[in-house]
Design a protein around this ligand. Structure first.
Ligand code: ADP
Length: 236
């Protein structure tokens, strides 16, 4: 059995099928990319994994256990963390307080939460901004903070939502460096991105979707050259 498995998942919003019979597996230690044009169902896949919405049909397994029936707060507890495309840190709180909020999932001790948060802040390159209010940070740093908050919850599997959207090429490269560094600590990563180029250099495998369905799955180069993928992106 795979480390993580999505089996035939479907999500309907009224008459709209946002995700349609989608299946994929992710192995431990992998960076697995999901690409697709706007509105193709990427964020819905994350919302289904993190149980923000119930599935219309299908099953999801993590480390051999079925998880699609669990309440949303349990998903984080069992080790699946996530970030959001629209970064919404607790704006009036400092960077340190934001990351500590994540760390409290694993400890009740103020001291331990602070220690853990400081380690993660250093790891994410935010040390200089520790006492800054979250709302005062520019977008690239807010995205780092979003990742730091998710890391503080102690995930084994991390879902990253459009980490590079809105970043310039240099900022994207720095974000990718951080993602690689996270993987090197042993965390498995599923990342969704609209921009295919970002995913090419970082993903071990890529799933391309359009209209909620799989159009290609494989190594980055295979997926990038797939006629269905080229067609989907030309029309975008
Ligand atoms: P992507 O992340 O690839 O841009 P989404 O998963 O956000 O795509 O959206 C897929 C489709 O599902 C879109 O047509 C979108 O309008 C629709 N959708 C997403 N969330 C909801 C919701 N909560 N209610 C109704 N429709 C939704």
């Amino acid at each position: 059995m795979s480390y993580f498995e999505v089996k035939d998942i479907t999500k309907k919003f009224g008459g709209l099928t946002a995700v349609s019979s989608l299946s994929f597996t992710v192995e431990k230690g992998e960076i697995f990319g999901i690409i697709g044009p706007n509105g193709s169902g990427k964020t819905t896949v994350f919302n289904l994994i993190s149980r923000f919405f119930p599935l219309t049909a299908g099953e999801i397994y993590f480390k051999g256990k079925r998880i699609d029936q669990l309440p949303a707060h349990k998903i984080c507890e069992i080790g699946i963390g996530r970030t959001f495309q629209v970064v919404k840190p607790l704006r009036r709180m400092t960077v340190l307080e934001n990351v500590m909020a994540g760390a409290f999932l694993r400890t009740n001790s103020m001291g331990r939460a602070r220690h853990r948060a400081e380690e993660i802040i250093d790891f994410c390159g935010l040390t200089r901004y520790k006492e800054r209010e979250a709302k005062s940070l520019p977008i690239p740093l807010r995205k780092r903070l979003e990742i730091a908050r998710a890391l503080a919850t102690g995930p084994e599997l991390l879902l990253l939502d459009e980490t590079c959207a809105g970043l310039n090429p240099k900022e994207s490269e720095e974000a990718i460096e951080l993602i690689r560094k996270i993987r090197d600590t042993g965390i498995t990563i599923i990342i969704i991105e609209h921009i295919m180029k970002v995913m090419m250099g970082i993903s071990d495998r890529i799933l391309a979707i359009n209209f909620g369905r799989q159009i290609a799955l494989g190594k980055p180069q295979e997926v990038a050259n797939h006629p269905e993928v080229i067609k989907a992106y030309l029309g975008d």
